[in-house]
Design a protein around this ligand. Structure first.
Ligand SMILES: C[S@@+](CC[C@H](N)C(=O)[O-])C[C@H]1O[C@@H](n2cnc3c(N)ncnc32)[C@H](O)[C@@H]1O
Length: 247
């Protein structure tokens, strides 16, 4: 790639994909610490995500919510508590210990959520205002299987916002690939200053009937997200090399 095009790409990246940081309010900190005191809480969502979701609840007022990776229920409880009263949530959690914890932590919201205990089951609805991805990538302790998120997102006929907690490289890529079949979208990364992998990625989606516009949109964000595509290819090549070394 020539120097001017490299410079142009760098500028575009800075303008469009620079991590925004949010300042966690006292409420976000209380929610975080409340769950962080519980057993096996080392993988709960971070402060940036908690604050971001509080903001989304206030601004977008989601009614239909889908979550992958309920865990202890940090985000589940937040979403049920701060979305409009008629909001309902479907959450995937395939670990028995965390299923029990979710039931305990969501005692006051029993009629408002559905627990899906297997990632091979498709969601009960095909239209969601908000989808949270914080599990289900198939890695040890995350539940699900690598392609789960692709099947689930591909199944949806309508989705407004997807939020991916943390730096879930493969899931980010699979979500973009699934979305390109129906939607155009815009990515916005959030992270605390200097901690690129600690925040999350918000994806605003819009149905689009033109295959050409969808393709341009997909191509544009693949270029913007090139580092994650590169990491994904490296990861797959390394795994292949390791496999052949063992043969
Ligand atoms: C990142 S966690 C989800 C956290 C959840 N969103 C929260 O904030 O409470 C993703 C998945 O990992 C599993 N998990 C969480 N903590 C774990 C632990 N300490 N050991 C094993 N699995 C864990 C659960 O099955 C969960 O669905």
């Amino acid at each position: 790639m020539s120097a001017p095009s490299k410079l142009l790409l760098m500028l575009l990246k800075i303008m469009l994909l620079k991590e925004n940081s949010v300042i966690p309010t006292q409420l976000a900190q209380d929610i975080y610490h409340n769950f962080r005191e519980q057993n096996k809480s080392e993988h709960i969502a971070g402060l940036t995500t908690i604050q971001l979701l509080l903001n989304i609840c206030q601004a977008q007022k989601p009614i239909n919510i889908l979550e992958l990776g309920g865990g202890l229920g940090t985000l589940t409880k937040l979403l049920l508590a701060y979305s409009p009263t008629e909001a309902t949530l479907d959450t995937y959690e395939d670990n028995l210990y965390f299923q029990q914890k979710l039931r305990e932590n969501l005692q006051n919201y029993q009629s408002k959520y559905t627990l899906i205990t297997d990632y091979r089951i498709l969601p009960p609805k095909r239209s969601y205002d908000l989808v949270i991805v914080d599990g289900g990538n198939g890695k040890t302790g995350d539940g699900g299987y690598p392609d789960a998120v692709w099947f689930i997102i591909s199944y949806l006929q309508s989705v407004k916002i997807i939020y991916i907690e943390g730096y879930r490289c493969l899931q980010r890529l699979l979500i973009r690939k699934a979305l390109r079949r129906r939607f155009i979208y815009r990515l916005q990364a959030y992270a605390p200053a200097g901690e690129k992998k600690a925040g999350g990625l918000k994806i605003e989606c819009r149905l689009c009937h033109s295959p050409f516009i969808r393709w341009i949109n997909f191509l544009f964000w693949e270029i913007m997200e090139w580092t994650s595509v590169e990491n994904f290819i490296k990861y797959r090549v390394n795994r292949l090399v390791k496999k052949f070394k063992h043969v």
